[in-house]
Ligand binder design. Structure first.
Ligand SMILES: [Zn+2]
Length: 606
């Protein structure tokens, strides 16, 4: 089989869900952020095989095997890398072009991706070149959109014209039919014309950063509809995309909390006020796929919808998929006549975050909005809550939701308890059903074997290992290390290699893709260590301070080694009587000594 282009491999890897693929072979159930099952690579009775959906990797705490979705198939099915890629591509309905016909166009999906990329750039450039008095610039200013936001979200302007985009595309050799298929042009009776006209454009990006669709906001009130969204296409499945996720993913991982808003402008308004980790829907109701996508990046979801009737109804519908996907779900209650953007403008980021902290539980939200005097409506609330709690995949959450529901509705007490004693009896089948209660939170294999073989490790290795772990778990820490240490500062060859590739991965400014990183290592050992480090990393506090401490220790150790070497030379020079060299060496020694002093002072915060 022929080589597969690297960006296609990347795209296939980022679209595959390791939990889905592994589930074809191993029964997995949720345990905290991860999924657990019996290891297919060694014989065991208690599960120590862990799949991490957020990082898209697996690791066995028993036999040490680990890797990404491709590694899993290669090991399990005994196939080559290329065969594993083909296997997953088939499952995802992605066509891998036959390299013998490479001069011909690639798959339709690839052609569409080229078109959306071209259009995103076209719109963006129109906005950047628009004069201060233009309608789009006036609108952007009125909504408080800064240049920085315009650039990081790639916002654009669709000019007030029937064919600017069509003409520009034609010059690039992009066919009209592709523009129509991507929803960027419409085929009328007489002629084909640009679908987006006189609008502020929001490019919608897949989690990989690829532009897959567009939203457009009318710039004057008489233009309808107010929001226009491009239709689904072979590359744009609305149920699987969240606006802003690409920009938010690092902060989602860091803070673990996602704010879910209804619209593009809500998200951009919050972003302008420095509020991070926000995702928006693109004109659709929140789906299970979107909830699962979100659960890959964080553990908590806060719904921040408009306070109007439509917003309340949409919130009601969004709770279930979020709870079911294992996200700890809260509802932020905005005062009447407010949307997130208007509220944060009026009350500032602190005022907004105060509301977030006071967010309601699902039970409180339902109790507040339902007419509990009407018995039909009350029964509906009870049924909904019971269903929610039953289908919660996270056992700890299940208990907590139950307590909240009983506190809000004491009448639910007996009812919920019997529901939960017989889980799944009336519930839908799900990954967790029928298996609840067999494991408590304390039986996570990580507790038993937090750092395998830790005793055999010396202090220097511990520091390097811990720092590598922090770098793998948090991009900001990798960036911190990048400015402070070189790979050769790491003494242990394995860690040095991981650091090298980790820092190289930062260079392109794009995603910090650990599953992708794994493919760049040819050997098992590095992959094992990487997956083990990721799966044993804790989300504890002061990660950055810990990293800073390690950096200082490594720097100090290197300085001490240099000084020791120099001292050896100085001793030899003293006996050899070469005074000029001796003076130089002494000066260098004093300089290193001074560097150490400065290092330790800065570490103490001086
Ligand atoms: Zn194993």
């Amino acid at each position: 089989m022929a080589r597969i282009p690297e960006d296609l491999v990347d795209s296939i890897r980022s679209q595959a869900d390791i939990v889905d693929i592994v589930s074809d072979y191993v029964t997995l159930r949720r345990s905290g952020k991860n999924y657990l099952g019996l290891c297919p690579f060694h014989d065991e009775k208690t599960p120590s095989f862990s799949v991490n959906p957020e990082r898209q990797i697996f690791h066995c705490f028993g036999c040490g095997k680990g890797g990404n979705v491709f590694t899993f198939l290669m090991e399990h099915e005994n196939v080559t890398f290329v065969e594993a890629v083909h296997h997953i591509a088939r499952r995802l309905n992605i066509t891998i072009p036959d390299t013998n016909r490479e001069h011909e166009a690639g798959s339709e999906a690839e052609s569409l991706a080229r078109v959306t990329r071209f259009a995103a750039l076209f719109f963006h450039e129109r906005l950047l070149e628009a004069g201060r008095d233009s309608i789009v610039r006036r609108y952007a200013e009125q909504r408080g959109l800064s240049e920085q936001t315009i650039k990081s979200f790639g916002l654009g302007y669709a000019p007030d014209s029937w064919n600017d985009l069509l003409n520009a595309a034609r010059k690039q050799g992009i066919g009209t039919d592709l523009l129509v298929k991507a929803g960027l042009a419409k085929a009328g009776e007489q002629r084909t014309y640009d679908a987006f006209r006189k609008r502020l454009i929001f490019p919608i990006q897949a989690p990989s950063g690829r532009v897959v669709g567009f939203g457009g906001r009318a710039l004057s009130d008489e233009d309808q509809p107010k929001y226009l969204n491009s239709p689904e296409s072979p590359i744009y499945r609305k149920s699987q995309v969240l606006y802003g996720l690409y920009q938010a993913r690092e902060s989602l991982r860091r803070q673990g909390r996602a704010l879910v808003v209804e619209g593009y402008m809500d998200l951009l308004g919050l972003h302008e006020q420095g509020i991070q980790g926000v995702v928006a829907l693109c004109g659709t109701a929140l789906t299970r796929e979107q909830a699962r996508l979100l659960a890959r990046y964080g553990q908590q979801a806060y719904l921040v919808y408009d306070s109007d009737q439509a917003g309340v109804r949409a919130t009601w519908r969004a709770i279930e998929p979020l709870v079911e996907s294992g996200l700890w779900t809260r509802v932020v209650r905005l005062p009447e006549n407010h949307d997130p953007d208007s509220y944060v403008r009026e009350h500032g980021p602190d005022g907004f975050m105060k509301l977030v902290e006071q967010a309601d539980s699902p039970a409180d939200f339902m109790g507040y909005h339902a007419n509990l005097q009407a018995s039909g409506e009350r029964d509906e609330v009870f049924r909904t809550l019971a269903g929610l709690i039953r289908n919660t995949s996270n056992l700890v959450h299940r208990e907590m939701y139950r307590e909240e529901a009983e506190r809000r509705f004491p009448a639910l007490q007996g009812l919920l308890a019997s529901e939960l004693r017989h889980p799944g009896r009336s519930g839908r089948s799900g990954r967790s059903d029928g298996q609840s209660g067999s494991r408590g939170p304390g039986t996570d294999p990580r507790d038993r074997q937090a750092v395998p073989g830790a005793a055999a490790r010396d202090g220097g290795e511990r520091v390097e290992r811990d720092l590598v772990q922090l770098m793998l778990s948090d991009r900001t820490i990798a960036e911190l290390v990048e400015g402070q240490l070189e790979p050769h500062d790491f003494k242990y060859p394995l860690y040095r290699r991981i650091v090298e590739k980790c820092l190289a991965g930062l260079g392109d400014g794009g995603s910090y893709d650990l599953a992708g990183l794994i493919d760049t290592f040819g050997d098992d050992e590095a992959v094992r260590v990487i997956t083990e480090l990721i799966n044993t990393s804790d989300s504890g506090v002061n990660l950055e301070q810990r990293a800073r401490d390690h950096i200082v220790r490594i720097k100090q150790k290197r300085l001490k080694e240099s000084m020791a070497r120099l001292m050896e030379q100085i001793k030899q020079m003293e006996t050899g009587g070469r005074s000029d060299e001796l003076n130089d060496a002494m000066a260098t020694y004093m300089e290193l000594k001074q560097q150490e002093k400065v290092l330790l002072q800065s570490a103490r915060g001086g």
